[in-house]
Write a protein that binds this ligand. Structure first.
Ligand SMILES: [Ca+2]
Ligand SMILES: [Ca+2]
Length: 213
């Protein structure tokens, strides 16, 4: 009897080693394809994706105000952002020389006119689907800030406006910007004919970014 049992066990072991009698398992699998695409932030100035306007402000004089007006928008269907205003690359020059300037500035050395031109910044903010706007002075005359003071400073344009969309500029928003420029009232003849050139930049960054560095 023992021999028979040993024989049966031996046959079982041999069959197992030969793979005979392997157990099957029911199964199923599903497969889908995936594509990952980066998002877009596309700031438009006066409706242009590639804004490169040249603004010429001529004949500035004490107590007269000149304006640059423009509108910011984000392309529909793209990401919201935060927006900054930035002046950079300020270069002053002596320009033309009048008799009066020669008396006040005989060597044509007093040409820091960018430090004599005050900048005000006024925003009108249009929110999606609203027929009314919000307005705010971001920089007012009482701040006393000149073009030179603002060089390389980033001025945040997206705050204090949007209620539940606080600090976020949405693609359906518009920001109308009025930049006013006026020569200080005490700027004398030494600045006649002088000029300054500079770049205006608007910087848009995704809302959870750290802002300009
Ligand atoms: Ca001068
Ligand atoms: Ca001059």
């Amino acid at each position: 009897m023992r021999k028979i049992l040993v024989s049966i066990l031996s046959i079982g072991i041999i069959l197992a080693l030969l793979g005979i009698g392997t157990i099957a398992y029911f199964s199923d699998s599903e497969t889908a394809s995936a594509t990952v695409t980066a998002g877009i932030i596309n700031l438009q100035v006066d409706g242009s994706d590639t804004w490169s306007e040249t603004y010429s402000i001529d004949d500035i004089k004490p107590c007269r105000v000149k304006y640059i007006n423009l509108t910011l928008h984000l392309e529909e269907g793209t990401n919201p952002a935060r927006i900054w205003f930035h002046i950079k690359n300020v270069v002053d020059s002596g320009g033309e020389t009048s008799d009066a300037e020669l008396e006040a500035d005989p060597s044509n050395e007093i040409n820091d006119i960018s430090d004599q031109i005050l900048v005000d910044l006024h925003l009108t903010y249009w929110i999606c689907g609203h027929s009314v706007s919000s307005s705010k002075w971001i920089i007012s005359e009482s701040d006393g800030l000149t073009i030179k003071d603002l060089e390389y400073q980033y001025i945040n344009l997206t705050y204090d406006f949007c209620g539940d969309t606080y600090e976020i500029f949405e693609p359906c928003h518009d920001i109308e910007i009025s930049i006013s420029l006026h020569l200080k009232g005490d700027a004398g003849n030494e600045y006649q004919g002088d000029s300054t050139t500079f770049d205006i930049e608007f910087y848009a960054e995704q809302v959870d970014g750290p802002g300009p560095q």
